[in-house]
Design a protein around this ligand. Structure first.
Ligand code: C5P
Length: 227
């Protein structure tokens, strides 16, 4: 059986990671959440106060990149790899809204992207990987055998993210989450380096109305046809 590379891109909170995780499990592939990597770098820079609400010190960020070491560690119970920043488990912290509010600024810096893209390419060099993000099908693996582009209405996505954060016990309000989803969509798709854009050969899925279950079955079938 041949192994392929599966790229899943799309706007924030489209359910990419849910589909990607299940797909990886079903196929026995490795799942890589590239958003977690950008979030971890952002968390590091926030702790150093190189990025905050109204300030970003790009030079300091670039200077500190060599001191960042990222790796995923598989968690049996969760069934996927948790994000480690310099050997600290940051899986929970990187999902906070505060991090979501800064991540698109940090991930627009070309040097940040270069570092993470190189590591992502290494992680996928033997194929058998499902990677989700914004530029996987366009930049990281332009030759991926299967590319999926996920979309859903802004409100649907904000509601999903809000429910997720509430479930975890975060103290947030819907308006802030909606604003963050809109801000990130805008910044991610208008940045100069590797903007979020559908690859020509990507299959588009709009799941505003479609249940995630139904969608997963469809994608799994397409993947199996390619293997
Ligand atoms: O996927 P997630 O929503 O966790 O990604 C967080 C942010 O990381 C995105 O809004 C985007 O700014 C950045 N990102 C990126 N390229 C990727 C994955 C994520 O720029 N491949």
């Amino acid at each position: 059986e041949k192994k392929i590379t599966i790229a899943i891109d799309g706007f924030s909170s489209t359910g990419k990671s849910t589909v990607a995780k299940r797909l990886a499990k079903e196929l026995g592939y490795v799942y890589v959440d590239t958003g977690a990597m950008y979030r971890a770098v952002t968390l590091y820079m926030m702790r150093k106060i190189f990025v905050s609400e109204d300030n970003i010190d790009e030079e300091a960020i670039i200077r500190h990149l060599p001191f960042i070491n990222l790796h995923f560690e598989f968690n049996e119970d969760l069934g996927y790899g948790e994000m480690y920043l310099n050997n600290e488990n940051v899986e929970k912290e990187i999902r906070y809204l505060e991090v979501s509010q800064q991540v698109s600024k940090v991930s627009a810096i070309p040097q940040v992207r270069k570092k993470l893209v190189e590591q992502q390419q290494e992680m996928g060099e033997n194929k058998g990987v499902v990677m989700d993000g914004r530029d996987i099908g366009t930049v990281v693996f332009p030759d991926a055998e299967l590319k999926i582009f996920m979309t859903a209405s802004t409100e649907t996505r904000a509601q999903r993210r809000y429910d997720e954060l509430k479930d975890r016990g975060d103290d947030i309000n819907f308006e802030d989450v909606l604003k963050n989803v809109k801000d990130r969509d805008y910044m991610d798709s208008t940045r100069e380096d590797s903007p979020l854009i559908k690859a020509d050969d990507a299959i588009e899925f709009d799941n505003s109305n479609l249940g995630l279950e139904e969608q997963f079955e469809k994608i799994l079938k397409i993947a199996k046809d390619k293997i």
